[in-house]
Ligand binder design. Structure first.
Ligand code: FCB
Length: 426
């Protein structure tokens, strides 16, 4: 594979709730009981074992680590901050720096304090949620004392709002099946989230003038299910609803220093025959096929592709990463950071080729002129995939039944080789 440019950052990503363990004050801890999900419990026990995680990063030769700060841990009760928890995060930031690993901190990765919804039952529909969030952001900034330069305000705001405020699958479990467009539009909670992002951007830059700030936007490679122009229109409208509008508005407000892209898969999109689906699009998400059942899904015109599928049922579409990067670069002209990309691969047969093929597609776009700052693999460790430990995204497995030992998973070696081949850059 041709080499990546000088200074390109190679790394891995996790999120607090998925790896730390012991986050009993999170909305998800309560939600697991309501939904009968497998409990997250100690997760990968990274709250205590984070030095081992840094050893894993070093073993792979990585130079960047994306993690998140758990709001419910830092602010266990409204207005009460746990200084010891903040000090522990600061210690981790310093240890990363000493190991030559650049931290990227995400301030909101799905999990929130349960008290937030006791105070605000309609959640982010109320502008007060933005106020609570920004107060937390200020505390984190004070604790990190200017030592973190790379920031994400929100992880996948559109996915989170769709699942939590539209489909009722995530906390707070609000369901608005017949008004998804409103939920995802700027007059719904998205508007409050966007304002919180913009204000957080300003706070971060005030505290860290050299900061680089963005959101991590989940972007799916959308392709029309047929040559019918109606399908092409459905692609365009769904792309705007799920990907474009939030970024467009944040970009117009000059609150993106780069674009964080989480890329996992590609789907086919059909113009919906029934007016049930937002943006008039019937998207070929694996989850929708599962929810409707394959027969009804097909009857409605749904189409899945032929590519191999991961354990999530997501198709492996490496060239889709190239197409997404091309579109984002053309639309914004801002540097791009791949903030997540990975594969649930229990047998270990997919990951090495997944990495090689996705990175080849990414390299191709860099050659065509896109500016890409780095690549963060999801995930460093096997972790809690929002309801279950079964999907295995980790470069390292975690012996959860025993001593939580971290062991390289298939594909970890392939990643380390790619990173080593690129040492020193072009
Ligand atoms: C993304 C999430 C991340 C993880 C991966 C598989 O949507 O940001 O937490 O669950 O998917």
């Amino acid at each position: 594979m041709p080499r990546f440019p000088d200074g390109f950052l190679w790394g891995a990503a996790t999120a607090a709730y998925q790896v730390e363990g012991g986050n009993a004050g999170s909305t998800f801890a309560a939600w697991e009981k309501v939904r009968g999900w497998e409990p997250c419990g100690l997760a990968a026990d990274s709250w205590r074992r984070w030095p081992e995680d840094i050893r894993c990063l070093r073993e792979l030769g990585l130079g960047a680590y994306r993690f998140s700060v758990e709001w419910s841990r830092v602010e266990p009760r409204p207005g009460e901050y746990d200084e010891a928890a903040l000090a522990r995060y600061r210690e981790q930031v310093r240890a990363l720096a000493e190991a030559g690993i650049r931290p990227m901190v995400c301030l909101h990765h799905f999990s929130e304090p349960a008290w937030l919804y006791e105070l605000e039952p309609s959640g982010w529909t109320s502008p007060r949620c933005a106020g609570y969030f920004l107060r937390f952001v200020e505390r984190v900034l004070a604790a990190f004392q200017g030592e973190v330069r790379d920031w994400l305000t929100f992880n996948e705001p559109m996915v989170w709002l769709l699942l939590g405020y539209g489909l009722g699958h995530f906390p707070p479990g609000l369901r608005s099946l017949f008004s998804l467009e409103r939920v995802l539009g700027e007059n719904g909670p998205q508007g409050t989230v966007l304002r919180a992002h913009e204000e957080a951007y300003r706070l971060i830059h005030r505290a860290v003038p050299a900061a680089r700030v963005s959101v991590a936007q989940n972007i799916v490679d959308l392709r029309p299910a047929s040559g019918d122009p109606a399908d092409a229109r459905a692609v365009r409208d769904l792309d705007l609803l799920m990907h474009g509008r939030f970024l467009d508005r944040a970009h117009a407000a000059k609150t993106l220093d780069f674009i964080g892209v989480n890329y996992y898969t590609g789907i086919f999109v059909r113009a919906a025959r029934l007016p049930l689906f937002p943006a008039g699009a019937l998207p070929g998400y694996a989850e929708l096929e599962r929810a409707l059942g394959p027969r009804l899904f097909r009857l409605l015109g749904g189409r899945r592709g032929e590519a191999p599928r991961s354990d999530m049922g997501w198709e492996v579409v490496p060239e889709g990463l190239g197409r997404v990067v091309r579109r984002v670069w053309a639309a914004y002209g801002l540097p791009i950071f791949i903030t997540e990309n990975g594969v649930a691969d229990g047998t270990g047969e997919l990951r090495a080729a997944f990495l090689q093929d996705h990175l080849a597609a990414l390299r191709g776009e860099i050659e065509r002129g896109a500016r890409v700052l780095g690549y963060l693999h999801w995930s460093l460790l096997d972790n809690y995939e929002w309801g279950s430990f079964r999907p295995r995204f980790g470069l390292y497995s975690v012996d959860r039944a025993g001593d939580f030992a971290r062991r390289p998973a298939p594909g970890a070696r392939a990643y380390a080789d790619i990173v080593r081949e690129n040492e020193g850059g072009l």
